[in-house]
Design a protein around this ligand. Structure first.
Ligand SMILES: Nc1nc2c(c(=O)[nH]1)N[C@H]1C(S)=C(S)[C@@H](COP(=O)(O)OP(=O)(O)OC[C@H]3O[C@@H](n4cnc5c(=O)[nH]c(N)nc54)[C@H](O)[C@@H]3O)O[C@H]1N2
Ligand SMILES: Nc1nc2c(c(=O)[nH]1)N[C@H]1C(S)=C(S)[C@@H](COP(=O)(O)OP(=O)(O)OC[C@H]3O[C@@H](n4cnc5c(=O)[nH]c(N)nc54)[C@H](O)[C@@H]3O)O[C@H]1N2
Ligand SMILES: [Mo]
Length: 778
């Protein structure tokens, strides 16, 4: 039944091209092995990228289907818990029989809602071998499943922006100004969370040619005043950018104080507030202390944010003194009450008279991906249809509530004005993501993860998620299959060549799902009779038809494949003005799609939800943990776990370019010199980072670019507990982060909210085993 791979003599020698979420590469293959990988025609290639042979095909690969041994022995009552077991290799036949049996059983005994197929994750670029589309299409065909909704990236933004501006978060992202427009039309750019060049290396689906470093430089050279409001200086890498060293999770207080100071000075845009906004009076009543006796002025915020009040007053003057753009990175909404800073940023821009003026106002999410800053387009590029099956008994769960769901079947939660009931999960299916990298409070996840009967994971590598699964199916990686890449809002399609064969018995996700569909009786429906390569071609042809119908002709598939890429000829930019500009022009004729038709500085809808953690207007609410809280007496350092410069999340952490950044094999932790000295920590020391939720080791980097009281441990080091639930030897910050929804509104992840203590680690150093396969039985 297993289709043998056709012999491809061409793959053993040659030069191929491929595309990743962080750029395009040339791949030299000799004797069936990758010898060299280098960026393709890119003046600013990613630092994530590749040097020479750093794509290490062998290291940490899953080579055969594997089943957790005590699960294989007794599925009804395995003797050992997940994460503390050995694995037994089985044949593909046996593995697929087991998976099919478990899916049938879950469906028949507990119904489709008992299968969790949220399967969040980035996987690899490529329109066809897109793991999320594959697994969702398969689970829909099999009868349905519980999906997830929103993202770890910007869940709070996705919920708050529609209430306030009427547009979806994605529509807002499509309306962001370009680097050129900023250079020409903006005098002052306030960047909350900075504009970190490391993050703009990446774009979902790929980057054709990087240009965000030069875009930022262009703005600086054009005289745009750049203000980096962040705990880290490096978040805005321009020499004379002003650095405002805000305490983490206090941006809302700073924004509210700026809003108040603009109002108190009489510099506010009274007409816009009156004609185009609702609820300015309530907001002003709150800011001026009429409600709680606390005036939210510069002095108040200075104490909360730990920045001089003169700096805040100066910023308030400059905001109204010229054309101002406020950008906010998603990091500032990935924390407790993460809805508030985005709402407060909109309120500030409205108060200061910039909202609804071209290229000014707010750009929420600017700088988080490469496509921001470019002329963004939504193009009709085809993807694998997921054949969504709407089942009345199933509601998607907010993505970051997975541990709550597994631990609390039948429990109800609030979510954006609705009540949701958590399903009782029997089977978890993961394909293309790594929850043991991405989820918060991993020790809690380990516990929650014991609840389902069966956990199935498709992986190329022995990630911690694979090591915590029951059935692990080895799948090919991107250099091992043909595909087409398309970066979101970019204007190029790129060829991804199968340059080498998959190692061991690894197969494409598609082939695995096709054989499972066969066992479950819907092979034909799943494959529609196409091979993988026929699907790639079909998606290209569908895209070509769609683009032609929209007046954007591209060459045929054969020409595309030979050329390695095609450029989509874009028509003139859509001149349809932005809804906020139209609103400002004529609020009666051009209302927003909010309930009031205006910008909702106070939202009657949100007020009606009566959430204690998300009131009716932007409000400073203390995060559960922050430097001003009593918890800081025991854990006096705020932990930031931003995106890593050297990798995409946890991907290829085992390869050279990530390995080289490690300190004595551990993930580097950046510590301010004063905090280091106070703890007798020197650069290169191994330290223990801990709080009541967990502990990990990390390698100290003493860094004056981090404000005191803050430590930075990037996300993505593979989780490596010395014993189950114990010390993580490698430095995954998610053993320390806390697992709570941003609020009842968005239920987003709060990874940016965590206090820790750090000490030098003088004990015997445990080895890093994160990249070793698990112990194997025969
Ligand atoms: N503390 C903290 N945690 C965070 C964040 C943070 O800032 N701080 N950021 C959050 C954010 S914004 C995000 S988006 C998430 C990212 O979380 P994820 O998207 O889960 O992270 P990745 O490491 O990209 O995981 C992708 C996995 O898919 C596998 N894979 C790649 N290609 C394929 C394929 O073709 N098929 C299959 N089956 N598997 C494949 C890779 O080997 C890898 O293990 O992390 C979140 N977690
Ligand atoms: N190299 C690389 N780039 C990536 C990714 C990756 O894995 N690797 N992942 C991509 C993905 S999925 C996403 S969603 C985006 C995420 O994009 P972001 O959410 O913007 O990314 P972060 O790196 O978490 O945060 C950016 C900066 O915000 C600062 N910051 C953190 N907390 C606070 C705070 O409370 N207040 C203020 N003012 N600043 C704060 C930190 O110093 C950090 O460097 O990045 C994308 N880009
Ligand atoms: Mo993300």
């Amino acid at each position: 039944m297993q289709n043998p791979r056709p012999a491809r003599p061409d793959v053993h020698h040659g030069v191929f091209t491929t595309a990743t979420h962080w750029g395009r590469y040339r791949v030299v293959v000799k004797g069936g092995e990758i010898r060299w990988i280098s960026p393709l025609d890119d003046p600013e290639p990613a630092t994530i990228g590749y040097r020479r042979t750093s794509y290490d095909q062998g290291r940490g690969r899953v080579l055969r289907p594997m089943v957790r041994t005590s699960y294989l022995q007794n599925r009804d009552a395995p003797a050992r818990p997940r994460g503390d077991d050995t694995f037994t290799p089985v044949s593909w036949e046996r593995a697929l029989d087991l998976v099919a049996e478990e899916i049938k059983r879950a469906h028949n005994t507990r119904g489709p809602s008992s299968i969790f197929g949220g399967s969040y994750g980035w996987a690899s670029a490529g329109r066809f071998h897109h793991a999320q589309s594959q697994v969702h299409r398969f689970l829909n065909g099999a009868g349905g499943y519980t999906p997830s909704i929103d993202s770890y990236s910007y869940a709070a933004m996705a919920r708050i922006v529609p209430h306030v501006l009427g547009t979806s978060a994605n529509e807002h992202l499509l309306s962001l100004p370009t680097w050129e427009e900023i250079a020409e039309h903006v005098d002052l750019l306030l960047a909350f969370g900075g504009l970190p060049a490391k993050n703009a290396q990446v774009n979902p689906g790929g980057v054709h040619v990087h240009r965000s470093r030069s875009g930022l430089r262009m703005c600086a050279e054009a005289g745009v005043e750049l203000v980096n409001i962040s705990p880290q200086r490096g978040d805005l890498d321009i020499d004379d950018a002003q650095w405002v060293r805000v305490r983490p999770n206090t941006d809302t207080a700073l924004m509210l104080a700026l809003t108040y100071e603009v109002w108190a000075a009489g510099d506010h845009d009274a007409e816009f507030l009156r004609e185009c906004c609702v609820g300015a009076e309530d907001l002003v009543a709150y800011l001026s202390g009429a409600l709680d006796g606390v005036v939210k002025d510069a002095s108040w915020a200075a104490a909360v944010c730990d920045i001089p009040d003169a700096t805040i007053r100066d910023l308030a003057r400059r905001i109204v003194g010229g054309r101002t753009l406020i950008t906010a990175s998603w990091s500032i909404q990935r924390g407790d009450h993460g809805e508030q800073p985005f709402w407060a940023a909109i309120a500030l821009a409205a108060m200061a008279g910039h909202l609804g003026r071209p290229h000014r106002g707010v750009a929420l999410g600017f700088g988080t991906h490469h496509s921001t800053g470019a002329r963004q387009r939504k193009l009709p590029v085809a993807s694998l249809p997921q054949k969504v099956r709407e089942l009345p008994e199933i509601a998607p769960i907010p993505v970051a509530r997975i541990a709550d769901m597994l631990l609390g079947p039948g429990q109800e939660i609030d979510f954006d004005g609705r009540r949701l009931t958590f399903p009782d999960i029997d089977l978890v299916y993961w394909c293309g993501g790594n929850p043991f990298h991405h989820h918060q409070d991993l020790n809690r996840l380990v516990e929650a993860w014991q609840q389902p009967r069966t956990i199935i994971v498709h992986e190329s590598f022995w990630t911690a998620t694979a090591k915590h699964a029951d059935i692990v199916l080895p799948v090919s990686a991107y250099l091992e299959r043909n595909d087409v890449a398309f970066g979101r809002h970019e204007s190029h399609l790129s060829v991804m060549h199968a340059a080498v064969d998959p190692p061991g018995e690894a197969r494409d996700d598609y082939a695995v799902f096709a054989d499972l569909a066969d066992r479950l009786g819907f092979r034909r429906e799943f494959t529609e009779g196409r091979s993988a390569d026929e699907w790639v071609r079909h998606l290209y042809d569908t895209t070509r038809d769609g683009l032609a119908a929209a007046g954007m002709p591209i060459p045929d598939f054969r020409t595309f494949w030979a050329a390695g890429e095609v450029t989509i000829p874009l028509p003139e930019p859509d001149r349809r003005a932005d809804p906020l500009a139209l609103l400002r022009e004529d609020p009666m004729r051009n209302p927003l799609t909010t309930p009031s038709g205006k910008v909702e500085l106070t939202s009657a809808t949100i007020e009606s939800f009566a959430y204690d953690d998300c009131p009716g207007h932007p409000t400073w609410l203390e995060p559960k943990e922050w430097l001003g809280s009593t918890a800081a007496e025991r854990f006096p350092l705020h932990l930031l776990s931003p995106q890593p410069r050297t990798r995409l999340h946890s991907q290829y952490d085992q390869a050279d370019h990530s390995a080289e950044s490690k300190v004595r094999g551990r993930e580097p932790i950046h510590v301010n010199p004063d905090d280091a000295t106070a703890r007798h920590i020197r650069a290169g020391d191994v330290v223990r980072v801990f709080n009541d939720r967990g502990q990990c080791l990390a390698g100290a980097v003493v860094d004056p670019g981090v404000r005191s009281g803050v430590v930075v441990l990037h996300a993505g080091a593979w989780y490596d507990p010395v014993e189950p639930g114990g010390l993580d030897a490698h430095g995954n910050p998610n053993v320390l982060t806390f697992d709570k929804g941003t609020s009842k509104l968005a239920q987003g992840p709060s990874s940016g909210t965590a206090l820790v203590q750090v000490e030098r680690f003088d004990g015997p150093l445990p080895p890093v085993r994160a990249f070793d396969p698990p112990a194997q039985d025969t």
